[in-house]
Write a protein that binds this ligand. Structure first.
Ligand code: UD1
Length: 419
């Protein structure tokens, strides 16, 4: 699993360069199946999840090569339409391969992704939308087999603006004879990034970033596509929280600042001094920070669930009571007992978290149970007195490229120990 060892107490200072977005590269890698040709992807974060997606592509028959942050996929030959169970187990979001393999091969199968550390994560929106597109689904709760002769045009209204379901429907509809309209779709920047990539590939899609996306089917796609993955807004937000908790003064580079508006609003409210530039943000604490009355997670453009644990660690060290409500996942709370081991005072009542700020944390052994929760433990460890050992580093490495190197450059004292 690996572990991170942090000696707390150092202020962060300097500049950090943000990697490409994990949640953008995964659907884009899934999309490379579509064009039976070559996709050249730049600014790819080389994360554990990226390697799982690459393994899926190779297992389907694609040729994949990579060096540094460049990945080249040749999807000319696909000789398998099943996504292996062991790979789905490693990365739940493998489910988006279902849409792209179906589009390309008219059939696809994948083992059931099941729940995860964030609680039940059903895929009923994906499957019922697929059925509306004329896709036949055989689902025995272990394996999902999907097949289709021709995707049927339809209007699909999602019960909730699900990111994965929006992506899967778009991917399944690329070659529809007519058009597919998705209402109440997700508006996350990562959806926009995937659509921009698909458009470069020759797909005809519009409305991304709004409540309604339309896909007009095309007959064929371009054989060569080159694309640069957008910056990771969640990584950027994590570094902003890291700087704020240490009373630091950092510049976060290579980002799209407007993607972080909901976090910036909160950081401004609690008293951080933020300056926004074209592709960067600086953060400095001028005053003593204040708690926040109420903050809730919601789909973009509202406060992201993927930053809930990180902002919680910060608020846990600010004198006074802050309240957070988690609205997206039923069990995004595994970090709370671990933060409390370090001296935080957080209680939970039905996905409402009451944070009573403390002025001292003390290093202990804690365990990351999921990616963003793990990041919150590193954040707390940066100010905890003495040594914090965060086990379960593999979760953190799923979503943060070179976190140890980036933090040490900023003046932190953190070591990664591989088991
Ligand atoms: C994506 C992100 C994840 C982020 C989440 C919410 C990727 C790889 N992952 O996950 O980091 O935390 O968006 O912003 O991009 N739901 C259903 N039925 C479905 C689909 C979803 O009930 O068929 C529910 C989920 O259980 C959850 C909510 O809808 O409660 C949102 O999920 P969704 O937006 O689909 O998240 P993911 O795409 O899995």
């Amino acid at each position: 699993m690996g572990k991170y060892i942090i000696k707390g107490g150092n202020k962060l200072n300097g500049e950090v360069f943000i990697s490409g977005a994990k949640n953008s590269v995964l659907p884009i890698l899934a999309s490379t199946v579509l064009n039976s040709g070559i996709c050249i992807l730049k600014n790819v974060p080389m994360l554990l999840d990226t390697f799982v997606a690459i393994d899926i592509l190779k297992d389907l028959g694609c040729e994949v090569s990579y060096s540094e942050n460049l990945v080249v996929v040749n999807s000319k030959n696909i000789n398998n339409t099943n996504v292996k169970e062991e790979l789905v187990k490693k990365m739940r979001s493998s489910i988006i391969f279902l849409g792209s393999i179906l589009s390309r091969c008219k059939e696809a199968s994948i083992s059931y992704p099941g729940g995860c550390n964030l609680g039940k994560r059903p895929i009923d929106f994906h499957l019922s939308a697929f059925e509306k597109l004329g896709i036949k689904i055989e689902d025995n709760e272990e394996l999902i087999k999907a097949s289709v002769e021709n995707i049927k045009e339809n209007i699909i209204e999602l019960p909730f603006a699900s990111v994965g379901a929006t992506q899967n429907i778009i991917l399944a509809s690329i070659f529809v004879n007519g058009k597919v309209i998705i209402k109440n779709c997700a508006k996350e920047p990562e959806i926009i990034d995937m659509v921009k990539f698909l458009r470069k590939m020759g797909a005809n899609i519009y409305g991304e970033g709004t409540h309604t996306i339309t896909i007009k089917g095309v007959k064929r796609l371009n054989k060569v596509v080159e694309y640069t993955i957008m910056p990771d807004r969640i990584e950027a937000g994590t570094f902003l929280c890291m700087s704020a908790i240490t009373n630091g003064n950092i510049k976060v580079n290579n980002i799209v600042p407007k993607h972080l508006n909901s976090l910036i609003e909160i950081l401004n409210k609690i008293g951080c001094n933020i300056k926004i530039y074209k592709n960067s943000i600086t953060i400095q604490n001028k005053n003593v920070l204040k708690p926040i009355d109420f903050l809730e997670t919601n789909p973009y453009p509202y406060f992201p669930t993927d930053l809930q644990p990180q902002i919680m660690a910060l608020l846990a060290t600010i004198d006074g009571i802050s309240i957070i409500k988690e609205n997206i996942f039923e069990a995004r709370n595994k970090h709370i007992p671990e933060l409390n081991k370090l001296g935080c005072n957080i209680v939970e009542d039905n996905n409402v978290f009451i944070i009573n700020g403390v002025n001292k944390l003390v290093g202990k052994n804690v365990v990351a149970k999921d990616l963003r929760g793990g990041a919150s433990l590193i954040i707390a460890g940066l100010v905890a007195k003495g040594k914090t050992i965060v086990d379960g580093a593999c979760y953190i490495n799923r979503g943060y490229e070179n976190i140890e190197r980036k933090l040490n450059i900023l003046g932190a004292d953190i070591k990664y120990i591989k088991d």
